[in-house]
Write a protein that binds this ligand. Structure first.
Ligand code: AMP
Ligand code: ZN
Length: 473
């Protein structure tokens, strides 16, 4: 089939035409969340833009298989092999077991994704499901001489590679975006850039999850999971590997080192990285400042889909700064947009020529390095154009397969919600009147019963100087 899509490949540092290994099929892998806390909306920016890539591929006709891991073991807070184990940190914080924490935050992650219309990947695999695969890969790396045992741990020997810093010719210092917290040197390492494949001796005596291995009771390093899980489901050749820019080093660099040493050939052709969402103070964090989550946005009255639109209005290769002011503008624009689409007459003949022309415009925008804001401009232009309502409606429905902004359903859903609200209000006001009458007749038991009845339905009555008011509990 025709390969129309072009996007930036971090490996070659160029915008390239995408050509999969097998014509018409795409093997795609995404680094999943570390499930020790809620995802912040920065993490979710990455997943929104990866979802956009997957949906673009499907839209232009590829058969995509997408795999995602769930990191429930081995990810230390520095992204290198130092700092605390993130899962352990979460378990201690909430006085729960690591597995309870993993289950809770995995579910929370997919609930957030659903609210943002992020499709669940075809395969989702927690790291703790794949311990035998990790052990097998590490054994092979030891046999091939790419790994060594030192101080009880197994390390990958980066000096055995022709090229370790595959993503750029920058030095390690410049690449250390991912290293966040305390960094202390591990004296067992032969080379500074070596990394742990399997821990048996770590500074966490209280490490909860441990498994038997040929090297003793222990647990895997973080990087090995993505190599093994992707190969388990996608085989030895992969087309696209995704993640946020902080994953480039050391995580993806190490994934390539161990995967290609294990396989003996090139592993993945295209690396897709999403730039960060920042807050005013800089990098978004789960521990400092406002912890921005989807639930927080909802509690402030925002529709999560408006945050998706906020992300789509900016290019995935540019850092994006979050602000409520911009989100407010986006909310207003979104409401107008879906109202406009909701007012279109759906019935009638399609103008096939216009339909094809606008689909092509939309495709060429989105296929041009995922220019999502241009794709939204095509949507606006199309709505303004002199074409039939039915054609506009069909085009909005079609574009939404990629944009996933509930373009054709939001308005009706909102109207139904308003209808329910109006009926509810009528019912509550009638109850308030009934209670007032009961009070007048000094039937306080009845008045209290009415208040209790409403409370059981989540409605609280408040007696104020201006009369009785109600609110949701
Ligand atoms: P983690 O749960 O820390 O493993 O991260 C999940 C995903 O979010 C990874 O792909 C990260 O690269 C990405 N990520 C982390 N911080 C941000 C941010 N501020 N903006 C966008 N993506 C991020
Ligand atoms: Zn990964």
């Amino acid at each position: 089939m025709e390969n129309k899509l072009r996007f930036y490949n971090t490996l070659t540092r160029k915008v390239e035409q995408f050509i999969p290994n097998v014509d018409g099929k795409v093997a795609m892998y995404t680094c999943g969340p570390t499930v020790y806390h809620f995802a912040h909306i920065g993490n979710l920016r990455s997943y929104i833009m990866e979802d956009l890539l997957e949906k673009t591929l499907r839209y232009i006709g590829y058969d995509v298989k997408r795999v995602m891991n769930i990191t429930d073991v081995g990810h230390l807070s520095s992204d290198a092999d130092t700092g605390e184990d993130k899962m352990l940190k979460g378990a201690k914080r909430e006085h729960k077991t690591v597995m309870e924490i993993a289950k809770f935050y995995t579910d929370a992650f997919f609930q957030d994704c659903a609210k943002l219309n992020i499709k669940t990947p075809d395969v989702v695999e927690p790291a703790t499901n794949c311990i035998p695969e990790f052990i097998h890969m590490i054994e092979t790396l030891l046999e091939k001489g790419y790994a060594y045992e030192q101080g009880g741990n197994i390390y990958f020997d980066t000096s055995k590679l022709e090229e370790y810093y595959v993503f750029s010719n920058q030095n390690e210092q410049e690449l250390l975006v991912g290293v966040r917290d305390d960094v202390d040197e591990d004296e067992n390492k032969r080379n500074k850039s070596d990394f742990v494949l399997w821990f048996t001796k770590s500074k966490f005596d209280d490490q909860e999850l441990k498994w038997e291995s040929p090297w003793g009771l222990g647990y895997p390093g973080w990087h090995i999971e993505c190599s093994c899980i992707s190969m388990k489901h996608l085989g030895e050749y992969m087309d696209i590997h995704c993640g946020g820019v902080d994953n480039i080093f050391p995580h993806h660099t190490n994934e390539i080192a161990q995967s290609e040493s294990y396989l003996g050939h090139k592993w993945c052709n295209y690396w897709f990285h999403v730039h960060h969402l920042n807050d005013k103070s800089g990098k978004m964090s789960k521990s400092k400042g406002d912890f921005l989550t989807v639930s927080l946005l909802e509690s402030k009255g925002y529709d999560p889909v408006v945050y998706r639109m906020f992300c789509l209005q900016s290019h995935y290769r540019k850092p994006l700064e979050f602000s409520y002011e911009v989100l407010d503008n986006m909310s207003a624009a979104y409401e107008k947009l879906v109202k406009r689409i909701g007012s279109l007459q759906q019935e009638g003949e399609l103008d096939q020529e216009q339909y094809r022309a606008y689909r092509e415009k939309f495709e060429s925008a989105i296929c041009d390095d995922l220019n999502s804001s241009m794709a939204i401009t095509v949507l606006y232009d199309m709505l303004k154009a002199d074409i039939s309502d039915a054609t506009k409606y069909a085009l909005a429905e079609s574009f939404d397969q990629v944009l996933s902004l509930n373009l054709t359903t939001a308005h009706a859903a909102k109207a139904a919600e308003n209808q329910v609200d109006a009926e509810l209000e009528k019912y509550i006001l009638s109850k308030i009147e009934e209670r007032k009458a009961a009070k007048k007749e000094k039937d306080f038991a009845k008045a209290d019963a009415i208040r209790a009845e409403l409370l059981s339905q989540g409605i609280v009555l408040e007696d104020t100087r201006e009369g009785v008011k109600w609110k949701r509990a």
